[in-house]
Design a protein around this ligand. Sequence first.
Ligand code: GRG
Length: 304
Amino acid sequence: VVEVGQDVKAFSFKEYMKEKAVAVNFALDLAVPLEYPEKLTEAMRYSLLAGGKRVRPALCIAACELVGGKEESVMPTACAMEMIHTMSLIHDDLPCMDNDDLRRGVPTNHKKYGEDTAILAGDALLAFSFEHVARDTRGVPAERVVRVIANLGKAVGAEGLVAGQIVDILSEGDPTVDLEKLEYIHLHKTAGLLESAVVCGAIIGGASEEEIERLSKYARYVGLLFQVIDDILDVTQSSEELGKTAGKDLLVDKATYPKLLGLEKSREFAAELTQKAKEQLEIFDQLKCGPLLGLADYIANRQN
Ligand code: GRG
């Protein structure tokens, strides 16, 4: 929050994200110390602390605070979201998946530590994310913590991220992939963890069932929006960016929104998703909705 004039306060999304990223980075650094076996913990820390926007932990904290919870009680859950996100990126970058050399501006985990260590560092981060929520959450009723752990498991496993990834892999080069399948992939690969971040933050904060349902829908719209914008940027920035990560989807035969809908309709769809995401927040105190409204706008308007 920044001061404007004497006592009027205007919300700054940029400042909010910066502040939460600092708090999350501090907590992640403490949660995963460099210890024996150093090769493993160094590889875990390498990807976990390599930057990244910290969107999922920030969403998790924002949802918790929106319903009256405290940052300190949700921090292990927020960190778990980033551990899972990071491990999914490590595994996604492997030669048997996307085979990427760079991630967050530095060599990918397997390029630096070897494939064997990268797989194990991902596995260890995944296991630790659950342990961290269960062991280190303070001042929250146990039934909320158990609900969070169950939600997280579902968001990650065969009904979540992993399902999205395998359907994505199986769809590569398949000319029959339609909008329904594209939506399935994005809802599972991207929206699922964003949804879990928001819902788990709300659960820790003591949200009502209606609040949880609204936030869950908000996150699904935002997750889809993220991918629609990604696809649009791939087309509109491809001339300057070909050869870098953007434009990659044009090189491999992959279904995208502009390919299936056309660019104009994709833009209309993005605007519709932004509006629907924001509508979900109408039941909350608008003075507290700054971070979640800001995130929807940030994703809708991003340029890279
Ligand atoms: C989860 C058990 C388990 C295995 C992994 C590889 C895999 C299964 C899933 C792939 C998931 C994946 C790579 C989804 C794309 C997610 C996405 C939108 C990444 C970009 O997120 P940003 O922009 O990145 O938030 P930063 O670097 O800022 O964190």
